[in-house]
Design a protein around this ligand. Structure first.
Ligand SMILES: Cc1cc2nc3c(=O)[nH]c(=O)nc-3n(C[C@H](O)[C@H](O)[C@H](O)COP(=O)(O)OP(=O)(O)OC[C@H]3O[C@@H](n4cnc5c(N)ncnc54)[C@H](O)[C@@H]3O)c2cc1C
Length: 404
């Protein structure tokens, strides 16, 4: 693999760059760079979703027959890289990346016809109701119950860590429909509007003080049977399929953007003595080590993409390796950026960050969010399957390969 692109893919990259240059005004980029969690602030995300929908580029991974771009894996990778490089707003992808593919694979024709266009247009904003207190890594331990009552299910229980539940108008959830046999055998997959009677959302504030995740309570929520996806008790297979989609993606480009911020911060001279952290060999060494890891992540991503383009599967081992190492380098880059800012990472800059504020930031613009980003980024090695769980998967699959 020499890493060069075919002329078609090269011209696709130029097309993407030109589009992003035109669509992303400096104000949009500034707001987008203030994002510290998994997705852009609600209004910015909805606006960007609308722009991409109008352009026909909202669903890079979907086939054309369902309104997607029909791009090949290389095009999708180029798109992700260029968006990260340009600091485009990051969309919250529960609908496009998780629910949509599940409906395409397991949904009825009526479910596909109703839900897929609304995911594409952004009319439906989805959240994911899987985890519960006591059921995260061990998801099959979930206890939310769904009891059949005529042509409805009555759902009672609660979910936790539900990202953007306060923004969403639909939720997909797992609930227990049977206690017979193995825990995995009694789970079903449901869809519900968030304004249905019986749903309450309680915010959970993160370490940075921001509101991104929630608890969701179901008190005799009635879900029509037609909003069950797949057969009753088939939910575990659907959840496994969905989680495969959650783990994919590219990490290196965003880690590179965070690393660039660390370098910019280190290049600022101390106003008192003119000293720059960038001139400190110990800092430069740490930076170089991380630079090498980010570069290695980027090439590994490309290697997997090249394999996929040739028709080889990514394999669970590689998607776990990419998630494990990718989240580690992103976390390390946010840590280095915060350390490079030094005391400039300390001020509470909420006044400057308020929408429409003309209060100037203390230090560089990106520095305003560096600490919040560092704190929020600790979650990256927990959600989407914790890194310990990824290590288990890698160990098990590699050991099994050796045994075979
Ligand atoms: C910011 C954030 C957003 C999230 N968003 C969502 C969402 O939108 N929807 C949703 O459904 N869930 C969401 N989650 C939940 C997430 O999927 C779970 O937190 C995750 O699966 C871990 O589960 P847990 O929190 O119950 O921890 P536990 O499973 O209790 O794990 C605790 C610790 O033990 C380790 N551990 C557990 N089992 C093993 C094992 N077998 N071997 C080795 N180590 C182990 C874990 O790695 C972890 O370090 C989110 C979580 C966070 C932090």
């Amino acid at each position: 693999m020499d890493g060069s692109l075919s002329p078609e893919h090269d011209s696709f990259r130029q097309e993407v760059r030109a589009f992003l240059r035109g669509a992303l005004t400096p104000d949009v980029v500034r707001r987008s760079m203030r994002q510290t969690g998994v997705a852009a602030e609600r209004d910015l995300g909805i606006w960007w979703h609308g722009v991409l929908h109008e352009k026909g580029w909202i669903a890079p991974g979907w086939p054309k027959e369902h309104g997607g771009c029909g791009w090949d894996v290389v095009q999708r990778h180029i798109w992700e890289e260029e968006c990260a490089r340009a600091r485009a707003p990051q969309l919250f992808l529960a609908g496009l990346q998780l629910c949509g593919p599940v409906l395409m694979e397991f949904g009825t024709n009526a479910q596909k016809e109703y839900f897929l266009p609304r995911i594409l247009s952004g009319e439906h904003y989805w959240c994911q109701g899987f985890s519960e207190p006591g059921a995260g890594s061990d998801l099959a331990a979930l206890r939310t119950r769904a009891v059949r009552d005529g042509d409805h299910y009555v759902v009672t229980g609660s979910k936790i860590w539900t990202t953007h539940a306060h923004n969403a108008n639909w939720i997909f959830l797992l609930a227990r429909t049977s206690t017979e046999g193995r825990p995995q055998a009694g789970i079903s997959f449901f869809l519900s509007p968030m304004d249905a009677p019986g749903i309450t959302v309680q915010p959970i504030l993160s370490m940075s003080g921001e509101h991104e995740v929630n608890e969701v309570f179901f008190d005799e929520l009635r879900i029509p049977a037609e909003n069950r996806v797949g057969d009753e008790n088939q939910g575990w297979a659907i959840a496994k399929y969905l989680l495969e989609h959650e783990r994919g993606g590219s990490y290196a480009a965003l880690a590179r953007a965070f690393l660039d911020e660390a370098r910019s911060a280190a290049e600022i001279s101390d106003p008192l003595n003119g000293v720059r952290l960038w001139d400190d060999p110990m800092f430069r060494r740490r930076f170089a080590e991380l630079d090498i890891r980010v570069t290695a992540q980027g090439w590994t991503e490309k290697r997997v993409i090249a394999g996929l383009a040739l028709g080889h599967g990514a394999g669970s081992v590689m998607s776990s390796v990419l998630k494990l190492h990718g989240s580690e380098v992103q976390q390390a880059a946010t840590e280095l950026a915060m350390q490079a800012l030094g005391e400039l990472a300390i001020p509470d800059q909420r006044a400057a960050l308020a929408p429409g504020s003309d209060v100037p930031p203390v230090g560089p613009e990106f520095g305003m969010r560096a600490t919040a980003r560092y704190l929020n980024d600790r979650a990256r090695s927990i959600y989407g399957g914790s890194n310990e769980i990824q290590r288990n998967i890698i160990a098990r699959l590699i050991l099994e390969e050796h045994r075979a």
